[in-house]
Design a protein around this ligand. Structure first.
Ligand code: NAD
Length: 247
């Protein structure tokens, strides 16, 4: 078990939904958290305030993860402020769901850029610092859709499946360097991303989940905490948190 007090984490897209739950959960264990946000500064400030109110440390840093210069600046600001980086949670993601025949080139590229190419940006800039940690952790938030596919989600499933392959390859490369690399694959979690679905689709999804409910963001956050604190011997894995929907 790793002592997390004084470790430093970046959570991309940390201002709402699953990212905000991960930020606050890690902070409760003493991790200093960089809450990355894209455009909603007010929500990011709220997460930082919540962490501070609970006695933790956090800062909010703007960066578009699909932009390599933004990401370099995110890592630099982290090191300037906290002096180290131990945990990188690649959580930022978007959907642009359409059947393939209606999918524009832009819909394809945006989803691949934000969900997959972003991980090249974050890890290439963060890796020199993670390698200096005695317990480096990279956690990629993939999706059940990267495992099963999803109707109208060719772009998203390609990106999320790509993250899983990337996770395994990088885990092999970093296994001897005290840096673990894992993917967390949420099922359907009750966040704004899922609230945007039509009610009928939501009801169908809930009926198909063996535990008969949507997941909660803090259930994903606790799995990330587990990988950070108890995951010294866990690398290259897909941790499925999906109520039994995919086994
Ligand atoms: P959300 O839409 O509430 O949060 C996504 C976050 O990513 C937001 O804070 C958003 O601002 C940020 N983001 C988007 N584009 C960005 C960019 N270019 N740069 C920086 N940040 C950016 O969604 P969520 O449900 O909390 O999803 C979080 C992650 O979990 C995503 O990767 C998503 O694909 C994945 N996921 C979600 C579910 C679910 O059911 N909600 C299921 C499986 C996987």
């Amino acid at each position: 078990m790793i002592e997390l007090a004084d470790k430093v984490a970046i959570v991309t897209g940390g201002s709402r939904g699953i990212g905000s739950a991960i930020s606050t959960e890690l902070a409760k264990s003493g991790v200093k958290v960089v809450v990355n946000y894209h455009s909603d500064v007010e929500s990011a400030k709220k997460v930082v305030a919540e962490v501070k109110a609970a006695g933790g440390e956090a800062i909010a840093v703007q960066a578009d993860v699909s932009n390599s210069e933004d990401v370099l600046s995110l890592i630099e600001q982290t090191i300037n402020h906290f002096g180290q980086l131990d945990i990188l949670v690649n959580n930022a993601g978007i959907t642009k769901d359409k059947t393939f025949r209606k999918l524009s080139q832009d819909d394809w590229h945006q989803v691949i850029n934000v969900n997959l190419n972003s991980v090249y940006n974050t890890i290439s800039s963060a890796l020199p610092h993670l390698l200096e940690s005695d317990a480096g952790r990279i956690i990629n938030i993939s999706s059940i859709i990267g495992q099963t596919g999803g109707f109208g989600q060719t772009n998203y499933s390609a990106a999320k499946a790509g993250l899983i392959g990337y996770t395994k390859s990088l885990a092999l490369e970093l296994a001897r360097k005290q840096v673990t690399v894992n993917a967390v694959c949420p099922g359907f979690i009750e966040t704004e991303m899922v609230q945007e679905m039509p009610d009928k689709v939501r009801e169908q999804i809930i009926a198909s989940v063996p535990v008969q409910r949507l997941g909660q963001a803090n259930e994903i956050a606790r799995s990330v905490l587990f990988l950070c604190r108890d995951g010294e011997y866990i690398t290259g894995q897909q941790l499925n948190i999906n109520g039994g929907l995919y086994m």
